[in-house]
Design a protein around this ligand. Structure first.
Ligand code: PLP
Length: 394
C-alpha cells in the first residue's frame, strides 16, 4: 500500500458525484432510476457557442494562451462585469480559470495560511470546505435553518468572525437551497464586514442568471461598495450557458491577489483550454436569449416541484429565487419511516422508489435533501408520484 500525504486524506470526493455514480450503477443493473442529483443544466450548449469553438479550432487557436486568459476573453469578462454587474475591473484584476471551482481553489491557495478561517454559511456548496482544507484553512460553518430562509443573519456573521478569519463566502442564489439574498440583507452583512477590515469576502455568482425574481441581480459588492477592494467576485459560464464540460470560470478582485492566484495557476494547470476560451467569448458577448429559454423552464419546474413536495407528509419545501435546486426539510418523513438519517433515506429512496436525491448532510444540513430540477417536467412528475408512493399523500 502506498502511504498517502496527509493532504490527500483530508479531502473527500464530491458526494453529489457519488450519488450520480450510484444511480448509474443501479441503472446499469437494470433498475429504472430517475436521477435528481445533477448539478448541471439539462440543456445543450447553444449552437452559436459550439460554432465559435469549431471556428477557433479551424483558425488554429489550439496552442497555449496567456495563463490568465486570452485578451479577447478578459475584455469580454470586463465588459460583462460592466454590463451585468455595474462593476469596473482592469484586465489585471481578472483571472480566467478552468471552471469556477478552480477560481475558488486558486483563491484559497493564494490567501490562506495554515489555521486561517473561512466563514461558510451552511447549507453550502459541497466543495467549499474541502477546497479550504486543501489549502490548510479551517472552515467555520454558520448554520442556517429553513425557518430562517436558509440565510445567515448579520449577528451570526459577527459571531463567526475571529482573529483568524481571512475570508467569508456568500453564494446567492445558492446551491443547494435556491435562495437569494436581497439587497438589504447583503447591505446588512456588508456593514458587519466593514467593521472587520482584515476579512475578505468572496461572492460566488455562478447562478446569477438562473433567477426568476423581479429586479436586477445584486451581489455584496453592489450592496456594500466599500468592500470592493477586498472582495473577489467568482463566476463562470458553466450554469448560465449550459457549458459545464467546457471548464471556464473567472474571478475578479484586487490586482495583487489576482496576480498571486495567477502564479498558482501557472504552476498547476496553466491556461484554461484555448478552444473553450473562444467559446466563452461568444457566450459572454453573443445573443443572451438562450438564458431566458432555460430560466423559463427552470421556473416552471421549480413551481411544480415546490407545490408537489408541499403535499407530501413530513416534507417542507422552501420556494427559491433561482438556481435549479429545491432543498426540502424531510426530517419528519425520515423519522416516520424509522430511518437513521438522510443518508439512509437517500439509499431507501433509490432502492424503494428509484429516485436519486442527494442527502442534505453533504451540504452541512442533515435532515434536508437536495433535489435538482435540471431534468424534464415529465421526469419530475414521475419522481413526485414515486415519492408519494413511499411517503404516502399528505
Ligand atoms: N459554485 C457553485 C455554488 C456551484 O454550484 C458550482 C458547480 O456546481 C461551481 C461554483 C463551479 O462550477 P464550475 O467549476 O463548473 O464553473
Amino acid at each position: 500500500d502506498i502511504e498517502l500525504a496527509e493532504r490527500a486524506r483530508r479531502v473527500k470526493p464530491s458526494p453529489t458525484l457519488a450519488v450520480t455514480a450510484r444511480a448509474k450503477a443501479l441503472r446499469a443493473a437494470g433498475q429504472d432510476i430517475i436521477g435528481l442529483g445533477a448539478g448541471e443544466p439539462d440543456f445543450d450548449t447553444p449552437e452559436t457557442i459550439k460554432e465559435a469553438a469549431i471556428a477557433a479550432i479551424r483558425a488554429g487557436d489550439t496552442k497555449y494562451t496567456a495563463v490568465d486568459g486570452t485578451p479577447a476573453l478578459k475584455e469580454a469578462v470586463a465588459a460583462k462585469f460592466r454590463r451585468d454587474n455595474n462593476l469596473d475591473y482592469d484586465l489585471d484584476q481578472i483571472l480566467v480559470s478552468a471552471g469556477g471551482k478552480q477560481s475558488f481553489f486558486n483563491l484559497c491557495q493564494a490567501l490562506l495560511n495554515p489555521g486561517d478561517e473561512v466563514v461558510i454559511p451552511a447549507p453550502y456548496w459541497v466543495s467549499y470546505p474541502d477546497i479550504v482544507r486543501l489549502a490548510e484553512g479551517e472552515a467555520r460553518f454558520v448554520e442556517t435553518s429553513l425557518d430562517a430562509g436558509f440565510k445567515m443573519t448579520p449577528d451570526q456573521l459577527e459571531a463567526a468572525i475571529t482573529d483568524r478569519t481571512r475570508l467569508v463566502i456568500i453564494n446567492s442564489p445558492s446551491n443547494p437551497t435556491g435562495v437569494a439574498y436581497s439587497r438589504e440583507e447583503l447591505a446588512a452583512l456588508g456593514a458587519v464586514l466593514e467593521r472587520h477590515p482584515g476579512v475578505l469576502v468572496a461572492t460566488d455568482d455562478i447562478y446569477e442568471h438562473i433567477r426568476w425574481e423581479a429586479g436586477a441581480f445584486i451581489n455584496i459588492v453592489n450592496a456594500a461598495p466599500a468592500l470592493k477592494d477586498r472582495a473577489v467576485v467568482l463566476n463562470g459560464v458553466s450554469k448560465a450557458y449550459s457549458m459545464t464540460g467546457w471548464r471556464i470560470g473567472y474571478a475578479a478582485g484586487p490586482a495583487d491577489l489576482i496576480a498571486a492566484m495567477k502564479t498558482i495557476q501557472s504552476q498547476s494547470t496553466s491556461n484554461p483550454a484555448s478552444i473553450s476560451q473562444a467559446a466563452a467569448v461568444e457566450a459572454l458577448t453573443g445573443d443572451q436569449s438562450c438564458i431566458e429559454t432555460m430560466v423559463t423552464a427552470f421556473k416552471q419546474r421549480h413551481d411544480f416541484v415546490v407545490d408537489a413536495l408541499g403535499q407530501l407528509p413530513g416534507v417542507r419545501p422552501l420556494p427559491g429565487q433561482g438556481a435549479f435546486y429545491c432543498f426540502p426539510d424531510m426530517s419528519e418523513a425520515i423519522q416516520r419511516l424509522g430511518l437513521a438519517d438522510d443518508v439512509a433515506f437517500a439509499e431507501h429512496l433509490l432502492t424503494e422508489a428509484g429516485v436519486a436525491l442527494v442527502p442534505g448532510s453533504a451540504f452541512g444540513a442533515p435532515g434536508c435533501m437536495r433535489l435538482s430540477f435540471a431534468t424534464s417536467l415529465s421526469n419530475l412528475e414521475q419522481a413526485m408520484e414515486r415519492l408519494a408512493g413511499v411517503l404516502g399523500k399528505g
